[in-house]
Design a protein around this ligand. Structure first.
Ligand SMILES: C[S@@+](CC[C@H](N)C(=O)[O-])C[C@H]1O[C@@H](n2cnc3c(N)ncnc32)[C@H](O)[C@@H]1O
Length: 220
């Protein structure tokens, strides 16, 4: 699917990527430059993962993303989900040094505004707090917020009960793969291993795994 927003996919840190990513762009890592449209949006995922996000979101109506950053994955979701649906984007955008400016938040809003047609609800808070006031079934839940093991597990325990019977959950940075960035110590890797590879989480199974992305659904 062709995107309205120019994205730069991971990996972009390796020496091999030096040729692909112009030096000028590498120097412009701050989200301020993305907000002003001076460089592509830095996706924190690979092109193959982006394809999975788009394919799995196709036609879905109630989509929740935990952890938005510059908005690349939110663009993938909004572009493919139903135009009649609602995309809920949860991120406290708390890691900025200049809160009044908050370039990361502005970059994300600018990118998402150019992608897709569905309604977007921005929820500027921590997922652990947002869930207290949540109601209604979720078609697709993307967990990519706080990466500490306890936090990923809490997101799963808090949010998965809201996932519809035919809904799915996607975990990012949740799998070690050749040439990839996650290590076995990553919180999402450990959480997915504990839940779905040891069989401790009943009623769910892994549907698909691409690079660091793991998609799970209920056993029907
Ligand atoms: C890895 S980035 C998300 C990348 C994005 N999904 C993408 O693929 O382009 C993690 C984001 O999670 C946010 N975050 C951290 N803790 C969070 C929490 N408890 N709830 C929601 N978002 C959180 C951070 O502010 C950061 O923007």
């Amino acid at each position: 699917m062709v995107s309205n927003v120019k994205l730069l996919f991971r990996p972009f840190e390796t020496p091999e990527d030096a040729a692909r990513v112009p030096f000028r762009v590498k120097k412009m890592r701050h989200p301020f430059f993305s907000w002003l449209g001076l460089r592509p949006v830095f996706a924190q995922h690979s092109a193959a993962e982006h394809e999975v996000l788009q394919r799995r979101a196709t036609g879905r109506k109630k989509v929740v993303e935990i952890g938005v950053a510059e908005g690349a994955s939110a663009c993938a979701l909004r572009e493919s989900m139903s135009p009649e649906g609602t995309l809920y984007l949860i991120d406290p955008f708390h890691l900025t040094r200049l809160r009044a400016l908050n370039a990361l938040k502005r970059a994300a809003h600018a990118a998402v505004a150019r992608s897709g047609k569905c309604r977007v609800e921005w929820i500027e808070d921590f997922s652990q707090k947002v869930v207290a006031n949540w109601s209604g079934a979720i078609d697709l839940l993307f967990i990519d917020g706080d990466h500490k093991k306890e936090a990923v597990m809490k997101d799963w325990l808090d949010w998965s009960p809201f996932v519809a019977p035919d809904g799915i959950v996607l975990f990012h940075d949740a799998r070690v793969f050749p040439g990839g960035w996650p290590t076995p110590e990553y919180g999402p890797v450990q959480t997915v291993n504990d839940l779905f590879r040891t069989g401790s989480q009943q009623g769910w199974r892994i549907l698909e795994e691409v690079d660091s992305l793991v998609v799970v659904g209920r056993i029907q």
